[in-house]
Design a binder for this molecule. Structure first.
Ligand SMILES: *Cc1c(COP(=O)(O)O)cnc(C)c1O
Length: 493
């Protein structure tokens, strides 16, 4: 809680529990929950014996409490996220209006096919759109996050090899710049992983790859553009090397924001990919869900997709569960329908031209920002990038100010801290992705903050080192916060 020191008077805002006063109420409820016969509808065994120890407050106190909490939160509606689509890019409000329509908000997975023809039509159309954008043939909307999509995709690859009697294909290749979920997914699906180093341009080294593939190769996991914001220009050659060895190509689609309407993973030679609708298609995130990580595949892998899939027959839609080679279900019911509906709204409001413009602007903004800060920070792979770039705060670190300090200090300037210390191949790494929705003015403001922090590192390093100074709480002990979180008032008293 903020402490206000005014002329010697220390004032700490009371917590809502401390404001409690017996008998005060924020709501008026009916006298009791009784049935038509006058009996209490709740079984006696489920009735609590004593009142809960909740704060008793008035309506304005309750409203102020929650509004104040919301104001202490950072959000995409209050400021920029410098690792945009990956963390959060702007969610257009029309998405929320669409998902609030009664037919969408009120539907239930147990309704019969007859009753949800509109919802099935939406899911079918979204699948078609995602396949068109990716250059793929069929997709599942079940996975609830990118990592869940990876899991689904690699289970499909495993099922494919097993179906062909190639059980010895037990190894998945990942570049050393890959997202941690890639090797984790491969391991979770029972594969061994081989990590291959990137070359000095941040790309897959073809000779290293040639030496790495063999009869045990199940596939390779890549994201293109890759995590250092560099497009793998040799992707066709990469595909040929892996395919010639009998392996498949998995595309981690987390960076689709860079290539919408410009190029397609399917055309690059990828066989399977996931989208992160909560990244590229502007839907809310959520800790591993409720997001949506659809997996799209080439036709030859369609028999292995999770079931059921949506089928259109004439002008009717139905669930198809008769898929004997399917890997099974990867989510309860049909995935996060509300997220799918938002993504559908986003894609339709952008249209084909709009999606291309999203990527063109995202790339332009990233290059603009890189050019504005390149004099003060090291850009290990140069200042030309796709939708994101990585920088190193190594020069600041030499002055005693780490990437962590820079990120913390950004909060004082009203920016969310970007992802730091990832990818692991760059020292004092910071990942920056302004996205398409930020104006040139905002991009310049962010650059100005970064340059200011670089100046502080030279003139007053203690300032960034002790940041943030203007947030509700200052620097936290992050290890203790993660290992021993205090989540309730007085919970440990
Ligand atoms: C975000 C991300 C993932 C994981 O996606 P989640 O939806 O967070 O599970 C995987 N790979 C890359 C490159 C990412 O950026």
């Amino acid at each position: 809680m903020p402490t206000i020191a005014t002329q010697g008077l220390q004032f700490r805002e009371p917590l809502i529990f401390e404001r409690s006063s017996s008998g005060r109420r924020a709501a008026s409820l009916p006298a009791s929950a009784t049935s038509a016969t006058g009996e209490v509808a709740i079984p006696a065994a489920l009735l609590r014996k004593s009142a809960p120890a909740w704060p008793e407050v008035s309506e304005p106190e309750a409203v102020r409490h929650f509004l104040r909490l919301s104001q202490q939160n950072y959000s995409i509606d209050t400021g920029m996220f410098p690792l945009g689509s990956c963390t959060m890019k702007y969610n257009p409000k029309i998405n929320e209006e669409v998902v609030s329509l009664p037919g969408i908000a009120g539907c239930h997975p147990y309704q019969t096919e007859d009753q949800v023809q509109g919802e099935l039509a939406l899911l079918w159309a979204l699948e078609r759109l995602l396949c068109e954008i990716a250059g793929m043939d069929r997709a599942t909307l079940q996975p609830c996050a990118g990592a869940a999509g990876e899991f689904t995709g690699l289970l499909i690859i495993r099922a494919y090899h097993l179906h062909r009697g190639e059980a010895q294909r037990d190894t998945v290749i990942v570049p050393d710049s890959s997202h941690g979920t890639n090797p984790a997914t491969a391991a979770r699906c029972g594969f061994k992983t081989v990590s291959i180093p990137s070359n000095s341009r941040g790309r897959v080294d073809l000779d290293v790859l040639r030496a790495a593939v063999g009869p045990n190769t199940a596939g390779i996991m890549l994201t293109n553009p890759n995590t250092v914001g560099v497009f793998e220009g040799d992707i066709s050659e990469v595909a040929k090397i892996v395919h010639d060895a009998g392996g498949l190509l998995y595309m981690d689609g987390a960076n689709m924001n860079a290539i919408l309407g410009v190029t397609r993973p399917g055309d690059m030679g990828f066989d399977v990919m996931h989208y992160n609708l909560h990244k590229t298609m502007s839907t809310p995130h959520g800790g591993g869900g409720p997001g949506c990580g659809p997996v799209a595949v080439k036709e030859f892998l369609a028999p292995f997709l999770p079931r059921p899939t949506v089928i259109r027959e004439g002008d009717r839609y139905r669930w198809e569960s008769d898929l004997p080679l399917s890997i099974g279900k990867v989510h309860g019911y049909h995935g996060n329908f509300g997220i799918a509906a938002r993504a559908y709204a986003y894609i339709r409001t952008q249209g084909a031209e709009g999606l291309r413009e999203v990527s063109e602007r995202a790339v332009l903004n990233a290059n603009y920002l890189a050019s504005l800060i390149q004099e003060a920070y090291t850009l290990p792979f140069g200042s030309r990038c796709m939708h994101e770039f990585v920088l190193s705060a190594d020069r600041q670190k030499a002055l005693g100010v780490s990437a962590l300090d820079v990120a913390k200090r950004l909060m004082d300037f009203g920016f969310y801290p970007p992802t730091i210390y990832f990818p692991l191949i760059v020292k004092e790494c910071m990942m920056i992705e302004p996205t398409e929705t930020e104006t040139p003015e905002t991009v310049r403001e962010f650059a100005e903050a970064m340059l200011q922090i670089a100046r502080e590192a030279e003139t007053n390093p203690d300032l960034p080192r002790s940041a943030p100074h203007h947030t509700p709480v200052s620097r936290l002990d992050e290890t203790t916060a993660a290992r021993n979180p205090v989540l309730a008032y007085n919970c440990c008293a």
